[in-house]
Design a protein around this ligand. Structure first.
Ligand code: DI6
Ligand code: FE
Length: 402
């Protein structure tokens, strides 16, 4: 049995309703077998823990390890060419309709072996982990054949055997219509998306089902067919919704009890209310907003008013968000979306965990949760949001994952 007490920390527990950041000055955390046994002021540490091994951090800040709840880090190639095109005036939708965009990454991903995808994704994963991330969600969606979608999910699962990280996978075959099915979206759903989901589920490769509900991708009616199948398999759902226009995707997702609806720049109040009623987390992705030079802001005031939990994530992908820094994402959530540093940090810890259905396990520092704790060389948690391109991680303590 492994027992230790972390002390010499200022703790931002990020527990809800525990005051600003859940701060505890001069705190202690007792850890047993990778789980948090006790948290509080060091002066109140119960006798039972006094003879446990002590690890001190000289007054550094401790927070929950970060959670990146929306990424596409497994993919082939890159889209620097498209970046140039957009700088010459083409819009994201024009690039997609001209055969670029997601579909070009599909060609590169199909051409790569599982091994090669793993090796490429490790570079992006390592960048995330270097900033105190312990949990990463990874989507398929660049294979778009059953075999290639499974290949992506297997690559994603393998990453967890190569690094100390918790991976959650999402089956995203409904990400784009591949060239061979252009104009035959429903046939693509029937012949690839639905049967592929069955196999992914049977092989334990999918923790959730995702889709892209948009004019350039799938309609709400088509997504409903995908979600019906997910429901029949007992898989939770989530959705890329209201990113470029308002099709009512978030409302649809909420009607299926979705874990999250993501992007949401064009979300209306009706969609917000539906999400609030369903407990669906709003995952905001400022990296895509920034990269696409979007001007429509997600409806932060309405999300707050209705009490919708708000997560933030990198959306790390080769097209709309080539961003592998969750700290920079937190900064962008504040600067671009006007979230508070506390909201943004909660978005990359507690609410990111909630968006993955992991709220009982991680995301805050409290008894019963996994001991996944980021130790930072900063004094105040707002420093994590305020600097740009600066990584103050001192150490990640992660009992089980290490
Ligand atoms: N929305 C996005 O921002 C990414 N996927 C999606 O549905 C973009 C994916 C890409 O452009 O490769
Ligand atoms: Fe995405």
């Amino acid at each position: 049995m492994k027992q230790s007490v972390i002390s010499g920390i200022r703790l931002a527990s990020m527990c809800e309703d525990a005051g600003s950041y859940g701060m505890i000055e001069d705190a202690a955390i007792a850890i047993q077998d990778g789980k948090i046994a006790w948290v509080g002021a060091l002066s109140e540490l119960p006798h039972a823990f006094l003879d446990w091994e002590r690890v001190g951090f000289e007054g550094r800040l401790a927070t929950p390890a970060l959670v990146d709840c929306h990424t596409h880090i497994v993919f082939g190639g890159n889209r620097a060419k498209e970046f140039e095109m957009r700088l010459e005036g083409a819009s994201y939708e024009e690039v997609a309709r001209a055969g670029g965009g997601i579909v070009s990454t599909v060609a590169a991903t199909r051409a790569m072996s599982e091994d090669a995808l793993v090796e490429d994704a490790l570079k992006r994963l390592d960048a995330l982990l270097a900033e105190g991330v312990s949990t990463v969600e990874i989507k398929s969606g660049y294979g778009l054949t059953i075999e290639d979608e499974l290949k992506m999910l297997r690559a994603a699962r393998r990453l967890a055997t190569l690094r100390p990280v918790r991976i959650r996978t999402s089956y995203l075959a409904a990400h784009a219509v591949p060239a061979e099915y252009r104009g035959k979206e429903d046939a693509y759903i029937d012949e690839v998306v639905l049967p592929g989901m069955e196999v992914a589920h049977a092989e334990g490769l999918a923790d959730a089902v995702d889709g892209f509900c948009e004019g350039i991708a799938f309609s709400p009616e088509q997504m409903a067919r995908v979600f019906d199948k997910a429901k029949s398999l007992g898989l939770p759902v989530k959705l890329h919704a209201e990113q470029l226009s308002n099709l009512g995707g978030a409302k649809l997702a909420a009607s299926y009890g979705a874990l999250s609806a993501d992007h949401l720049e064009y979300l209306d109040e009706e969609g917000v209310a539906a999400m609030a009623a369903a407990g669906t987390v709003a995952v905001l992705l400022p990296g895509a907003f920034y990269t696409l030079r979007e001007t429509q802001h997600p409806p932060l005031a309405a999300l707050r008013k209705h009490g919708v939990p708000i997560a933030v994530a990198t959306d790390c992908n080769p097209g709309s968000s080539p961003l592998a820094s969750l700290l920079l994402t937190i900064n962008m959530a504040c600067t671009l979306f006007r979230m508070t540093p506390e909201e943004a940090l909660a978005g990359a810890t507690r609410e990111g965990a909630r968006a993955l259905g992991l709220a009982e396990e991680i995301g805050t520092i409290e008894p019963g949760k996994r001991a996944e704790i980021a130790i930072w060389d900063v004094e105040h948690p707002a420093e994590l949001a305020y600097r740009i391109g600066f990584n103050p991680l001192h150490r990640l303590v992660s009992g089980e994952l290490a």
